[in-house]
Design a protein around this ligand. Sequence first.
Ligand code: 13P
Length: 335
Amino acid sequence: MNIQALINTAKMLVADDKGLLAMDESNPTCNKRFARLGIPQTVDARRAYRELLITTPNLGVCISGAILYDETIRQTTSKGIPFVQAVIDAGIIPGVKVDAGAKDMAGHPSEKVTEGLDGLRERLKEYAQMGLRFAKWRAVIVIEEGLPSRACIEANAHALARYAALCQEAGLVPIVEPEILMDGEHTLAQCLAVTEQVLHTVFDQLHTQGVALEGMLLKPNMVLPGLSCSRQQNAEEVAEATVRCFLRAVPAAVPGIVFLSGGQSAELATARLNAMNMRFKSCAPWALSFSYGRALQQPAMAIWSGQIANVKAAQQALLHRAQCNRAACRGEYSE
Ligand code: 13P
């Protein structure tokens, strides 16, 4: 294992106040989003859409890495260029989602455990040969009455750590994503307590499995009140709670925290990241950046709506969100 190469890649992914574009929706998730906008749910529509994203002029100025889906890395652009190469040509580091999805957990109604460890070593070897430099694995945790259970937190943390160790063995930087969902009536304080517990468990498992923290990135949720909670804190309060939680639970050796957007509006995801960097950029031990899916893509996807004539306008919308989020990484975003 070449640790220095992993460290260099992890650092590059959060250098220059850039962040990541998550464009790794599984086929069912991508199809669901297309269906809502009346876009055909076909292999070619997904290919055309991903080509639109990745060929956005100047995207590499704000985006350091793109997380792709297995289907995409085996496709070519309309000019016949393999997607991985097209990403590299855009000055962006290519990565891939490698988990097999969150599945119902035995004996734990409402809870999920992410699968995909079987055969992962062989798949990672192929991904590394294809030129991919990093990977992503997402675990999902819910907050409900009496949940999450210890069983769910521990099973997911263990899988994340085993995935991360296999990635580093294969020369890929693991992005470790434990996502606590926003759905529910829980308060910001409850989200803080659960996030802290989950992160402690994840880092304990990463340590046990011998993962080099310098050669990985953490992709967490922000500390937020549930979507149905009556008290919704402002961006400054969210920033304060989020960074306080991470200062307690995330070792300083981790080079970067790249947040998921998790269903926040594009504007809120940017404003909250901005508030974190305005206040904490100068003192936080890790970069605070983004790895957004919906918060980067949603406006662009809606403008595109499957029409070739809308490609340029959709690309402008994507570039705009990417620029806003890069400004947020500097604490310099204004609406
Ligand atoms: P969202 O930003 O839409 O939550 O997607 C990020 C992601 O990669 C989820 O795994």
